[in-house]
Design a protein around this ligand. Sequence first.
Ligand code: HEM
Length: 443
Amino acid sequence: MIFKVRNGLFCYGSYWDTDMSIESNLPPAVGTLAEYTEAPFERRTEWATEGDVVRITGEEADHHMAVHPDHVGEVLFDTERFTRLDTFTSVFGQGVLTVSGDQWRAQRGAIQPAFVPQKIQSYAGEMRDIVRGVTADIEDGETLDVRALFSDLTMEVMLETLFGGSEGKKETISEAAEQITEWFFESATAGEVPPEVQDGLDSGLDELTALIDEMVARRDGSEDGDLLSMLIALGANSDPEYTEDRIRDEMITMLFAAHETTALTLTYASYLLADAPEVERRLLGELDEVVAETVPEPSDLDELTYTEHVIDEALRMYCPAHALFRVPTEDVTLDGYTVPAGDVIHLPQWVVHRDDRWWDDPTTFRPERFEGETERPSYAFFPFGVGPRRCLGEDFARAEAKMALAGLVNEFSFDRVTQEFDMYASLTAVPDRPIELTATARR
Ligand code: HEM
């Protein structure tokens, strides 16, 4: 078998033989990767008007943006022919977010028991107590940096529920999370990461590793089945794959996946609510009916349907995961075009969630659009991904977001200090400045 190099990847000789026909059947080129990385959100919106599958030319590999919901489903359900981008490996090593095939199946299966409904129900009590503490600390008339507030809240929830306590850990984790965000931003925009950003990431990860090692060392086996003790037990008892390194990678993955995304969702939801009195009125009506105290009880969560629509609408308009990326392992056909093996496919929530073929008046914040039946294609909304690799923490995130939003809105009304912001694309979609809102006590 002859191997040749194309786009920096090894390919079978037969691939090369058909290269001419592939070239003539590639999706239409709309611009370059350099143009894209300068302004990802604007370019995606602009280029989506050129077709459902378009090509962004790159020096090493071309990228292809697919914006039809059918393509979203086609790509995300097929985990054999489409794998995740390996950029994530530099940060998350062999954690569940990055690995593929049997290794992924085994790892996902191993941590899944931490996310079953009974577990989420038991975490919800902890979530309620943390939200109570946060609302109690807010003063009437205070101007809040809501991203910082929610980042702290979601980190506390994650550490208390999944990792056995938050004491002495938050600062190291939030500093590392900042370095990770910066690193992904630079690697997406500049391609080559500046040395100081690489150094920042390396030292952030070193500190995180030291913290995790300490967390593991402090365990004595008496802990009651949180995620960390499950991982340690896997390593100690049954699974030779669960080495210390693997446990560390899994922890770093979870520490990042489980807090920043939900914090951003709450940030955007509260920003949108602060300028939507009609939505706020309906939300308060539901809370009045369902919630006896200020913060919901775990058993209230299922009844908070309008609250859930508010969260979905925030996830639609400002999805923390602004795009999913996949790499085809063989040449594939999308919308009649050939996408060669080794190129990169973008499935941008940012575009699909704002496409006026599926969403009326897409730039208006209107949670009612999630009520009742819809003719919208199934995968026009995929904030948590779809298919086998769909977010493992979706139920956790939804419970937490409902608890926090309901608790805060029941106690305070918000007004915008920050009127506008731009987005930048790191691993998540991040506002380019602090989002400040003033909180006014309702009673
Ligand atoms: C609103 C909050 C969240 C959003 C928008 C979100 C979104 C996502 C997305 C888009 C993916 C990738 C799907 C794909 O590539 O197909 C993902 C994967 C993942 N998420 Fe979340 N997530 C959120 C919260 C959480 C939380 C709270 C946890 C854990 C407690 C979590 C754990 C994970 C894990 C472990 C994966 C990897 C799944 C796999 O590869 O099998 N996420 N999430």
